[in-house]
Design a binder for this molecule. Sequence first.
Ligand SMILES: [Zn+2]
Length: 129
Amino acid sequence: MDEELVFQVLEYARGQYPREIMLLLRGDRDGEFLRIKEVLSPPLQYNGRDFASVNVFYTPFTPSIIGTMHSHPSGVLKPSLQDLLSFMGKVMGIAAYPFEGKEHVAFFNRDGYEIPLFYSRTQPFAFLK
Ligand SMILES: [Zn+2]
């Protein structure tokens, strides 16, 4: 994932705090990696104080959508049981309060295990292909 994109998400989450944000992740598979190229705001989203939800009937859930990302104003950097039950796609990103840096972002798989995140700007080998 592009480092710049991570900071854009953090900035957006900070701006919406204490509301929760919900985003769709667009990207593709590159070997054993999932490359997140873009984050999208789903249509007709409800930004509640306690949760964010996506109306799946209005969500452009094409194959290029590889997962979702949302914020935890509570500061807890791990998926809740509800998050895992409503898991969509292959990866779930969470940005946790105070949304200041990379240490406040993590990605998880469907089982709730953390997936390591590599930044394309700080991982020069990503450009060698
Ligand atoms: Zn959550």
